[in-house]
Design a protein around this ligand. Structure first.
Ligand SMILES: [Zn+2]
Length: 465
């Protein structure tokens, strides 16, 4: 009781102190070292239990220091207080499949030719900012030119560029036949076992966090095995495409950690034999189905106005916006989507098969692919899962708690004392309707405020993690 009263005193003091400070002038940020207190909202902490009402989340430095109901967590008098009353506080979202070198343009051959050499200074910073705006504080970039993505990751870590925490693969390892001239920077051919091991080592030495493998059904099994083995020797996980049955079978055989996508063809379901093998791995196998990008096609045909979203214009230089917008003039005629509409009816069954097989499903969006914009993708994936029957809490954990497990970063994905202060606030109750995740009002990453009142407020204070 004593403690509760004392705590309340701190709260009142904290709130009073903050009155004059809660609307900082445009150039002002809560200064480094000043605690941040999120006071009054509902907290979804990422662990999956019932949400907490009237919660206080106290952030000090780049960590969460205390979490508890209003009155039980003393708010220091110098704290920068953010009123979260009537809103929902949750861990920053983690998107496990993004491409920072693409921004939604419809023509890859054109894009990768025109913007070659501009990833680091022009394209990636835009993607990173769009993701942060949307409350995405951690991403896995699964395929980019090696030097650019490694340097970009370092710039974010050094605080030179605002962006989510990056876990990157660099180039895909794959067979030579499907590489064209425009995409050879992010596709490395693998010839044989020795070459496979050498290329994994080269990627690891450059600083990648994971290995991305595609076309493994077109490689001899021993080459696939060598890639996965070499990655695991160096403590890196392997993410592999699961577009074709053979990719799944050969990938499972080699011990791939995480599969991506749900198939390029229109087969109605995974064969029983494939499912049987997936079941043997069950929870230890991660899977990022990347569904929302497929639904976007019909959605954009119906509602092309979404291509004029002010957030798109706001985050792009005018000529870049024009370029992307023009490429999406005739959505119905885009070659990229020829089979998409026919794949849609198969998704429900395949997604359910994966759920029934017990794999650990993760949220990832393929954000950056045609008409799939980084500021608008992650909430859509969660909402798609809800439409396919997943409980909102489970979908949220597939974008917070479980990705942190795959990345072996238990300090991420939850809001709890001692964990990294990656916390967002959304207007509404995502446990009722995951579409509320598009109304992100506050974004804090690593204890630094990037978005407040739905507006970008980060001015480049630049603290490293
Ligand atoms: Zn992708």
């Amino acid at each position: 009781m004593q403690g509760w009263k004392r705590g309340l005193g701190f709260i009142v003091l904290g709130v009073l102190t903050s009155m004059s400070l809660s609307r900082p002038a445009p150039n002002e940020q809560p200064s480094v070292g000043r605690p941040i207190a999120l006071v009054g909202g509902m907290l979804i902490d990422g662990y999956g239990g019932l949400p907490f009402q009237d919660a206080v989340v106290l952030i000090k430095g780049n960590e969460v220091q205390a979490v508890g109901p209003v009155g039980s967590v003393p708010v220091p008098p110098d704290a920068y207080v953010i009123d979260t009353d009537g809103k929902t506080v949750l861990p920053g979202l983690m998107d496990m499949h993004v491409h920072l070198d693409i921004l939604g343009h419809a023509d890859y051959a054109y894009w990768f030719t025109k913007y070659r050499g501009r990833w680091l200074d022009l394209i990636m910073p835009i993607a990173a900012r769009q993701l942060l705006m949307a409350g995405v504080t951690t991403v896995r970039d699964v395929g980019a030119e090696l030097e650019s993505i490694i340097e970009f990751k370092r710039r974010i870590e050094r605080g030179q560029v605002p962006g989510p925490r990056l876990f990157v693969s660099g180039p895909f390892l794959q067979v030579a036949e499907t590489i064209s001239d425009y995409d050879k920077d992010f596709r490395w051919p693998v010839r044989d076992v020795a070459d496979a091991r050498a290329k994994v080592r080269k990627l690891v030495e450059a600083g990648v966090d994971l290995i991305k493998l595609i076309d493994q059904d077109r490689m001899p099994q021993e080459v696939v095995n060598a890639i996965v083995d070499e990655a695991h020797r160096h403590g890196r996980h392997v993410a592999a495409h699961a577009h074709r049955e053979g990719e799944i079978i050969q990938g499972l055989q080699a011990g791939v950690d995480c599969f991506e996508h749900t198939g390029l063809a229109t087969e109605p379901r995974y064969p029983d034999e494939v499912i049987r093998r997936i079941e043997q791995r069950n929870a230890s196998l991660y899977w990022v189905p990347t569904l929302e990008g497929l639904y976007l096609y019909a959605l954009t045909e119906q509602y092309p106005e979404r291509l004029d979203d002010p957030r798109l214009k706001m985050t792009l230089p005018p000529d870049l916006y024009r370029d992307i917008r023009d490429s999406l003039r005739n959505v119905s005629q885009l070659e990229y989507f020829v089979l998409t509409k026919r794949r849609i009816p198969t998704l429900k069954t395949k997604f359910q098969q994966l759920r029934d097989a017990g794999v650990t499903l993760l949220v990832g969006t393929d954000s950056g692919i045609p008409m799939n914009f980084h500021f608008d993708s992650t909430w859509r994936e969660l909402y798609t899962w809800q439409q396919l029957g997943v409980a909102p809490m489970d979908a949220i954990r597939a974008a917070t708690f479980w990705p942190a497990r795959l990345l072996r970063r238990p300090d991420l994905g939850v809001v709890a004392p001692g964990k990294k202060a990656d916390v967002i606030v959304v207007d509404g109750n995502p446990l009722e309707d995951l579409r509320d995740l598009r109304h992100v009002v506050t974004v804090i990453k690593d204890g630094q405020i990037y978005v407040e009142d739905g507006r970008w407020v980060f001015m480049g204070e630049g603290r490293t993690k």
